[in-house]
Structures are given as structure tokens and as C-alpha cells.
Design a protein around this ligand. Structure first.
Ligand code: ADP
Length: 689
């Protein structure tokens, strides 16, 4: 008994000496022989299910048999034949005597059975190796010495031994697993650290108390702080200026277990408060295998630079948008297919549209120009050529809008041409103004022509009349000088003659000047502005005759004007002048006792006034020309009768401004007949009576 207790102590010592349980179990097996058994077989079931058997034996001559036993009929995987059957029940087996039945129970197969027979086993017990509820194998003890039979006391001892062995195996295995787990954990932490270090984004792990447990440099940099400063501290204590905003977010993730993805954070660093920062933060719960939340993982992406770039882009876009929208010019952008990608308000309004109505449509639809020409222009723009051109667009209402445009290609960031840009200003109005100006310039040109013509007439008139004007002046000067001669004493009769000459020439001069003034008034049109009144023909005739009464001398004037003739709407003073001119000529060119006839009659819708004489008449060739300015018949020039050649020209101008006509004819019985015809007012144009 003492030896047996000593054995157990020894076994415990061996088991405690090393964690190499296979080696210690082998030692234990050998300790059991021969004290407890002649044969001892320890069957170990590994974690992967494989079985190893360690055998110790008392009779050294049986080594060959032992090796044969070990190799015979190895159990197929997953099966537990022979003593391993104990693993299933977990209960020990005691065979005080081993017969054929027991051998059959113990054998793994036929070969094994044969070998077992050869081993001449007497008594056998099999106990499970069981610790902490886990079966790690079995221990089989057998006696070969005849009469050595196992008892319950042996079984109890064997069970105690097995218990200690099983505990040692389990301890060793646990230790090994722990070691492996620790190793794995270290490996994964190392891997995690490598990942954290290498990650471009900020990564962190915080525990349930929201303390920074692990974080990488990228995160510390993003928060403008250091890893050392944060580790171990809570977010509430230090989140580099973000704590007020992120703490509630983190708490919510802990409470709900729901991740928070891409939450945008903006704030100022406590280290650089003047620099606003922007981050995208994602937070997710980190759980253990049981699903309990251990803490939270955080991914922080610094988007400050991106935000800044976005801001700058937005600002620059805003500036361009304003520029484009308020531009005084129409702006039109097309893609390479001539489709409108943008058109500003100004451009759209120029053609009577809203920008939205044009967007997406081809610019060609809005062009009034020959389509192929327009297409060719755009093709040139898309080929990279910029130009200035006039583009005729079609307004919504159908009219053409002429625009002066500058076009240029539009390129993308890589320099590829992606469209064309046109900037247009409406020059329809300008073109119209230019055309108007040209037209006015043309009209002015006409006025200038007329003016020059009028000036030319005046020159001509002056040249022609200078002689006529100088002649009476020369006479007046001559007679006046003679009268004033200090050394000559003129008798009274001569003095009277001289003075009469002076008076006559002065009258002539006055008449000439009067004619010239009348002529220029008529030609300038001023005379036409006099008011016209309804005048009876007999009144015209008698007033006209009154004007020349003093010039008639011995002439006899016969007037034949019926008093009931319809009135004419005339400038009476001018028509009286015409009558006077004609009567004066008749008196002037006829003989001293000339007979002058003045008649008036209604001929159809006209009033005819005629002045006839029995003078020399007018050469037939000159009947028309006597109405030209300054024209005098050659015979008249030779006769020495004074005149300017303006009287008939003035008369014709007056008659024509009244819508009438005048002509000269010679009477069959001799003498001239000057005829004036004036239109009668329709209401006054009664039939002839
Ligand atoms: P003026 O009498 O000053 O020469 P007018 O124009 O009155 O100018 O007449 C033009 C010309 O017509 C006269 O010079 C004259 O040759 C001719 N003429 C006009 N009236 C008569 C007339 N009754 N008889 C003959 N010749 C006339």
C-alpha cells in the first residue's frame, strides 16, 4: 500500500515536471510496470481525433510482440474499437479474468486478437483519461502473471492515476492552446499595428469608456495631435477639439450598436484654431465572438484639402456663373455634336427664348445662315480655330438677328476639344442704324446736289444779271457825275433830262432786283407758302392791269372777262404779277399804239386767261424758249427794248406752282398770244355757259 501511495506521488511529480505530456505519460506508463501491471497501454486521443498508444511492459523479451501489437489493426478514423470503447461510456471496465470473450472485447481486429492471445493476459482493467469533462484517452492495465487478478482496489488506484494523468494532459493542452492564442493575438496585433501605421486614413479603437486604446499616426495627424497624447485618454478629455461634436455620436454607436458611416465633421484644431478642418468619420461597434460590444472602431478621413478645393471650385464656378449670367453678351456652349450644353439668359432672350428651351438642341436649328456654312464654321471651331464672324440667327418670331460673334474651342482638363464656345452681341440694331445712316447720307448727298444746283443757278443768275445790273448803275453814275461837274453850268432842260434818265434807270434797276427776288423766292419754294384765297378772275385781271397802268402809254387795252366766272384758289398777288408781266410785254414789244386784248374764259375744268397783242409776235423757234430764264429773242435784243429775260420764267414758275400751265403762240393775223390755264376747284368747275 505504501508503495502504491509512493507511486502516485512519483506520478504527480513526473506529470508536474514538464508540459510535454507525451513524454511524461510514457514515463508514467513505465512507472506502472511492474508495480501495477505487466502491461500498461496509454491510448491518447489527440484534438484532431487521431489516437496514439504508448506501451510499457514488464517482460523485456516481449518487445517484438509489443511493437506488433501497436501496429496491428489501427483504428479507422472516427472509430473507437477495443479499450477506446470506454471513452463512449466514460465508465471503467474491470476484467478480473481475461477469457476469449474479454479478448474479443479488447481486440481492435483479428490480427490484434491473435497477438493479444499470444500476450497471455490474466486480468485487465481499462479506465478513461478524463478531466474537466473532456475525455483525452484511456489507460489499459493488464497482468500476465498467472493468479495476479485485479480487484476494485486496483481499479480505484488506476482511476486516481488516470485522473492525475488526464488533468496533466488537459493542463498541458490548455497551456499550449493559450500559448498559441497568445501567439496568434500578438501576431494579429502586430499585423494590426502594421495596418494602422500603413493606412492612409485615420484608424482608431476606443473602449467602452470611449478611451483611445489604439490609433494610428494618420488619425493623430488628422486631428493635429500625437498618438502619445491621445492614448489612454477619453474622448471627453481630448478629441483635439472635436470632443463636443463627436462624443455624442460615439455614445450613440455604443448604445444602438448601429454603425455611423461617413458623418461629416468640421471644426478647428486646438493647435491651429485659425485653420478649419473637415473630416469624414465612420464609427462602428467592435464585438467579441459572443456579440458583446467591446468598444468602437473609428475611421477618420481628412477631407480638408478636398473641401478647400471644392470651396474654391464652387467660388470660381459662382464667379463664372455670375459673369456669364450678367454678361452683356450672349454666351453659347455646344458639344462636339453641336448640341447646346449651355446658353445664357442674354443669348436666349436675343432669340426670343428661355435658356431651358434651347438647352440640348443643336445650335444649327437657330441659325438663319446656310446650314452647310454654319456647320463648316462649327467644324473649324471644333478643330481648334478661333474666329470673329457675323452670324445670322433666326429669332423665334422668324426675323433674322444678326450677331457679331467670337468663337473658340472648349477643352477639357486633358486638352481634348470637347465643344465650342461662342460669345455674341446683337448687331441687328447697329446694322439697321448703319443702313439708315447710309440712306441719310445718300439723301444728304441729294440735298447737297440740290443745294449745289441752286447755288449754281444763283451763280449763273448773278453772272447773267451782273451786266443788266451794271448797265443802269453805270447810267445813273454817269448822269449823276455830269450833273455834279463843278466847272460846267447845265441849263435847266438838260438838268431835267439827266434827272429823268437817272429816275428811269433807277426804276429799271428796281424792277430787275424785284424780278431777281421773285425768281429766287419761287425757286427756293418760299413763295409757295403764301396762303391761297378764292379769287374771282375779273378781280385778278383788273388788279394786274393796275400794276402796269403807268407803263401802258398810248396802248389800248380791251378787257373781256365775264363777271360770273368761277373763282380760282390762288395766291392772288402772284397771279396779278403774271397778268402784269404779260400785259407789260405786250405793251413793250408792240407798237406805241398797240392794241392789247385781255380775256378770261372757262375751258372745261380750267380757267383760261389770255393776253394778246398786234405786235411783232415771237419767232416760232423761240415759242418754248421765251420761258427760259434770261432768254430773250434775238430780234428783241436787236430792238434795244430793255428787259432781263426773267418775266416769263417767273410767270411760268408761278402758274406751275398753282398746278396750271402757260404757253405762247402767234396769232394768225399777227401778234403774240400768251395763254395761262389754271385748274378750277371741282366744286367750282361748272359746265361752260
Ligand atoms: P424781257 O421782257 O425782260 O425780255 P420776258 O421773259 O418777259 O423778258 O420775255 C422774254 C422774251 O420774249 C422777250 O425778250 C421777247 O423777245 C419775247 N416776248 C415776250 N412777249 C412778247 C410779245 N408780246 N411780243 C413779242 N415778243 C415777246
Amino acid at each position: 500500500m505504501y508503495r502504491r501511495l509512493e507511486l502516485l506521488t512519483r506520478v504527480s511529480e513526473i506529470l508536474a515536471s514538464s508540459l510535454d505530456y507525451e513524454a511524461t505519460l510514457r514515463q508514467v506508463a513505465w512507472l506502472a510496470v511492474p508495480e501495477l501491471a505487466d502491461w500498461c497501454a496509454v491510448h491518447l486521443v489527440d484534438t484532431d481525433g487521431s489516437v496514439r498508444v504508448m506501451v510499457a511492459y514488464a517482460d523485456q523479451s516481449q518487445a517484438t510482440l509489443v511493437h506488433a501489437l501497436e501496429r496491428a489493426d489501427p483504428p479507422p478514423p472516427g472509430q473507437a474499437p477495443g479499450p477506446l470503447k470506454v471513452l463512449r461510456t466514460g465508465r471503467p471496465v474491470l476484467f478480473p479474468r481475461v477469457g476469449e470473450e474479454e479478448l474479443a472485447w479488447l481486440a481492435r481486429g483479428p490480427t490484434h486478437l491473435e497477438l493479444l492471445r499470444a500476450a497471455r493476459l490474466q486480468s485487465e482493467l481499462v479506465v478513461p483519461l478524463s478531466a474537466r469533462g473532456r475525455n483525452v484517452g484511456v489507460v489499459a492495465l493488464a497482468t500476465a502473471e498467472p493468479g495476479r487478478t485485479y480487484t476494485d482496489a486496483d481499479l480505484a488506484l488506476a482511476e486516481e492515476l488516470a485522473r492525475r494523468c488526464a488533468l496533466a494532459v488537459d493542463n498541458a493542452r490548455l497551456h499550449r492552446e493559450t500559448q498559441v492564442a497568445l501567439h496568434r493575438k500578438e501576431e494579429s496585433l502586430a499585423l494590426l499595428d502594421t495596418l494602422l501605421r500603413g493606412a492612409p486614413d485615420g484608424l482608431a479603437f476606443l473602449d467602452r469608456e470611449l478611451r483611445w486604446v489604439r490609433l494610428n499616426e494618420a488619425l493623430a495627424t488628422a486631428l493635429r495631435t500625437s498618438v502619445e497624447r491621445l492614448v489612454g485618454r477619453s474622448v471627453a478629455e481630448d478629441a483635439a477639439g472635436y470632443s463636443p461634436s463627436i462624443e455624442p455620436l460615439l455614445r450613440r454607436v455604443l448604445e444602438t450598436g448601429e454603425p455611423l458611416v461617413d458623418s461629416e465633421l468640421s471644426g478647428a484644431s486646438t493647435l491651429a484654431p485659425w485653420q478649419p478642418r473637415h473630416h469624414l468619420m465612420s464609427v462602428y461597434p467592435v464585438r467579441n465572438q459572443a456579440g458583446e460590444i467591446l468598444g468602437i472602431g473609428m475611421v477618420l478621413v481628412d477631407i480638408t484639402a478636398r473641401k478647400q478645393a471644392e470651396n474654391e471650385l464652387r467660388q470660381s464656378e459662382e464667379r463664372y456663373r455670375r459673369l456669364v449670367e450678367t454678361a452683356n453678351e450672349g454666351i453659347w456652349l455646344v458639344d462636339t455634336e453641336t448640341r447646346t450644353t449651355f446658353v445664357n439668359q442674354r443669348m436666349a432672350a436675343m432669340l426670343g427664348y428661355q435658356p431651358a428651351e434651347i438647352a440640348g438642341r443643336s445650335i444649327l436649328e437657330f441659325m438663319a445662315a446656310d446650314q452647310s456654312l454654319a456647320r463648316e464654321r462649327i467644324r473649324r471651331n471644333l478643330a481648334g480655330i478661333s474666329e470673329q464672324l457675323d452670324v445670322p440667327f433666326r429669332h423665334r418670331d422668324g426675323r433674322t438677328v444678326l450677331a457679331l460673334g467670337g468663337t473658340s474651342p472648349v477643352t477639357n482638363g486633358r486638352g481634348d476639344i470637347v465643344g465650342a464656345l461662342g460669345m455674341f452681341s446683337d448687331i441687328t440694331e447697329r446694322k439697321r442704324a448703319e443702313a439708315e445712316r447710309d440712306r441719310l447720307a445718300g439723301a444728304n448727298a441729294v440735298l447737297i446736289d440740290e443745294l449745289q444746283h441752286a447755288l449754281g443757278v444763283r451763280e449763273e443768275l448773278l453772272a447773267a444779271t451782273s451786266h443788266e445790273l451794271r448797265t443802269p448803275l453805270a447810267h445813273i453814275k454817269g448822269f449823276t457825275s455830269s450833273l455834279r461837274q463843278p466847272d460846267v453850268e447845265w441849263d435847266e432842260a438838260t438838268r431835267q433830262d439827266f434827272l429823268a434818265e437817272i429816275e428811269r434807270e433807277a426804276d429799271r434797276l428796281s424792277g430787275l432786283i424785284g424780278d431777281l427776288l421773285s425768281m429766287s423766292r419761287l425757286e427756293s419754294g418760299v413763295a409757295q407758302q403764301h396762303p391761297r384765297t378764292e379769287t374771282a378772275p375779273d378781280a385778278l385781271v383788273s388788279a394786274g392791269l393796275d400794276r402796269v397802268r403807268g407803263l401802258l402809254g398810248d396802248a389800248r387795252v380791251r378787257v373781256d372777262v365775264p363777271p360770273n366766272l368761277p373763282p380760282v384758289l390762288v395766291d392772288a398777288a402772284q397771279l396779278e404779277q403774271v397778268v402784269a408781266n404779260l400785259v407789260e410785254n405786250a405793251a413793250k414789244y408792240g407798237p406805241s399804239n398797240v392794241e392789247i386784248g385781255v380775256t378770261a374764259a372757262q375751258i372745261g375744268s380750267e380757267l383760261e386767261l389770255a393776253v394778246e397783242d398786234n405786235g411783232p409776235g415771237i419767232p416760232d423757234d423761240d415759242l418754248e424758249r421765251v420761258f427760259d430764264k434770261f432768254f430773250r429773242a434775238r430780234t428783241t435784243e436787236q430792238s434795244g427794248v430793255p428787259g432781263t429775260g426773267l418775266g416769263l420764267a417767273i410767270s411760268r414758275a408761278i402758274v406751275q406752282t398753282h398746278g396750271g400751265r402757260v404757253w405762247a403762240e402767234n396769232r394768225p393775223m399777227g401778234g403774240a398770244r400768251l395763254v395761262v390755264r389754271l385748274p378750277l376747284e371741282p366744286t367750282n368747275a361748272r359746265g361752260p355757259r
